[in-house]
Design a protein around this ligand. Structure first.
Ligand SMILES: C[S@@+](CC[C@H](N)C(=O)[O-])C[C@H]1O[C@@H](n2cnc3c(N)ncnc32)[C@H](O)[C@@H]1O
Length: 243
């Protein structure tokens, strides 16, 4: 099977997931899987040859769950504000933010299949999560869409720089190279006045210098991807560094 069009990616997502709720996230339903192996194998045989990423989008990762729970507990933080769900995967945190009253909300992921999965999940939950598939890490010149505009790229040449008001980043410290790029960039966004909220279950590459602990949760997950069915995860705010 050649994955060369959005509808083909959507068929792949639909064929390999089931609508599922996530404990603690109310009536939100996401296309997820409980079985890593068949999907991973399918991804490898059908997608990997085309340079497609592993199916992170098929799971509600602990870090993203923690951020989402915190948003549900603190809806005022996102209400009416522009929100970036960075490394959105299945789109969970952006969808939760929109359900909590967020303004224009964009999910960003470098994996095109993740963006398709997040779009399907957005539709399923009756919210409009805009999706951008590009690597914005390191860029502080994002062009945020105005009210009523759609975003095709956050890195286009035209228009004034407009940053999101809130960034939600769930589970981005699982890989050394990614964390080494993402954490300084998130810090620079916090220094520019963006409220940056990071969810993490204590991954190896998390560093919490300049971070304030906001909440801790015990969350349900699947032992297909984690050691135990219930695991702790924390929510951190990146504090601006003094100049
Ligand atoms: C562990 S998953 C977390 C997904 C989601 N936030 C959650 O908690 O369920 C990590 C995600 O980061 C994405 N990712 C990796 N590098 C990225 C980058 N440079 N920019 C945006 N997303 C990236 C992956 O494609 C993947 O979807």
């Amino acid at each position: 099977m050649k994955i060369d069009a959005t509808h083909t990616r959507a068929s792949f997502v639909l064929a390999n997931t089931k609508p599922q709720s996530v404990q603690g996230l109310g009536d939100i339903v996401l296309l997820l899987t409980d079985e890593l192996q068949p999907l991973w194998r399918a991804t490898e045989t059908e997608l990997r040859q085309q340079g497609v990423e592993p199916p992170f989008w098929a799971f509600a990762w602990l870090g993203g769950q923690a951020v989402s729970r915190w948003v549900l507990d603190n809806p005022h933080v996102v209400a009416g504000r522009s929100v970036l769900d960075f490394a959105c995967g299945c789109g969970m945190s952006g969808i939760v933010a929109l359900r909590a009253g967020a303004g224009i909300t964009v999910g960003v992921d470098v994996d095109e299949v993740a963006c398709v999965a997040a779009a399907l999940n957005s539709q399923r939950n009756n919210v409009t999560l805009q999706l951008v598939c590009e690597d914005v890490v390191g860029r502080c010149d994002l062009k945020w869409p105005g009210a009523g505009e759609t975003v095709e790229s956050l890195l286009r040449q035209d228009g004034e720089i407009r940053l999101p008001e809130v960034i939600l980043a769930g589970d981005v410290c699982y890989d050394a190279r990614l964390a080494a790029r993402v954490l300084p960039w998130l810090q620079s966004m916090a220094n520019l006045g963006v409220m940056v909220v990071l969810g993490d279950p204590g991954r190896k590459y998390l560093q919490t210098v300049h971070m304030q602990l906001l909440a801790e949760y015990r969350l349900h997950t699947t032992t297909e991807i984690e050691r135990e069915a219930y695991m702790p995860a924390a929510v951190w705010r990146l504090l601006p560094e003094s100049p």
